[in-house]
Design a protein around this ligand. Sequence first.
Ligand code: PLP
Length: 434
Amino acid sequence: MKALVKGRAGEAQRSEKAALERCRRRQIGGCRRGRASQNNRPMKNQTNLRPQTRAIHAGEPPRHGVDVPVNPGIVRSSTFTFASSREIQRWAEGKSKAYIYSRYGNPTLTVVEKKIAALEGAEAAIVTSAGMAAISHSLLSLLSSGDELISTAEVYGGTYRLMRDVLPRLGIVVRHVDSSLAGLEDAVSAKTRCLYVESPTNPTLHLVDLRKAAGFAKKHKLVSIADNTFATPMLQNPVAFGFDMVVHSVTKGLAGHSDLVGGVAAGQAELVARVREMVIELGGCMDPEVAFLLTRGIKTLGVRIERQSENAMRVAKFLEKHRKVERVHYPGLRSHPDHQLAKNQMRGFGSMLAFDLKGGLPAARKFCDRVKLFLLAVSLGGVESLVVLPIFSSHYRMSEQELRRAGVKPGTVRVSIGLEDAADLIEDLRQALG
Ligand code: PLP
């Protein structure tokens, strides 16, 4: 009798395990373990949590109980099993959300997608192989030949080149407006489908009035997309101002350690599902190893941004007083034309700044060749401080007119501020400026 009870208990345990396993495969990021569920303390509604808490806990599976790993494992598998041909048929008919193949989705990607969606206050998110994949796949999910797109002219150079060199080849018309949004009403037509902005802009840190831009898009029934890379979700949430979608190069502040390339598109679930279709068809998916590193990086985003913003403010104030510097572009400075707007729509001023040297390109080259602590490198948002000349990096292959419109001068230096001690950074700047 005892043996029979034991046998039945074992059977029940086995079938519970199988059920949990099936459930794990179906649940997006909801991998539950039997023992964890015995002591399952539901977490506070994630949208009520504050940003740095969300950065750490949102998207993670329940982690209470015995033997539960604190960090999600990396599901390094390209493919996932099905219990029966019936199950795979259900998947093909769209009746099951089971993972099938990592280009379509993967549990390690799901964790970080949920985390970023929670940070942006968005319904859903999809991570991609690069920021440019998030941008191109988002635009291609919305635009067809004959459609028109309005974009601010001041955007990351790669985004600008995509709009200048690639989209028109597909029959998509791109109309540019200033970051001030002047001329927006003249740019819209019956064929316009989408409004794209970047704020703050790369590299000159101009701001777009996000509430105004989203209101315009709603009025004309356009899908609005904001590149939030420079601000990060810690300092600004375009969705809260009415934007439909947010894109990021997660290569930058979100990951924060200059050790991966990736992107994300977040927003309304229906729009994100369309981007996922593009990722499936075009192939710009993220690798699980990268997703794990991104999850790890995001957990310290709040503290990094706080320190980087403090450092950036000190550096900006130092540069503003330097006799060889013509102008400093940092939204935290009172002299910045968008300072008030930054105070209204951002929760801090961020880690990025730029400055124009009085001596133009020769002076900017000399400065870049003399830095010792700052590294001369592209990209941004990492723990180490970087300097770069936009005309030779983000804004290469641009005409003089295009550079002028983007606010980039030959003597413009872009600076990404890291986590070093501000006094050391200032000392290096002082010696490099000479
Ligand atoms: N958006 C902004 C504001 C950027 O600065 C960059 C890259 O520098 C991108 C998008 C493109 O991202 P990725 O290099 O990850 O493709």
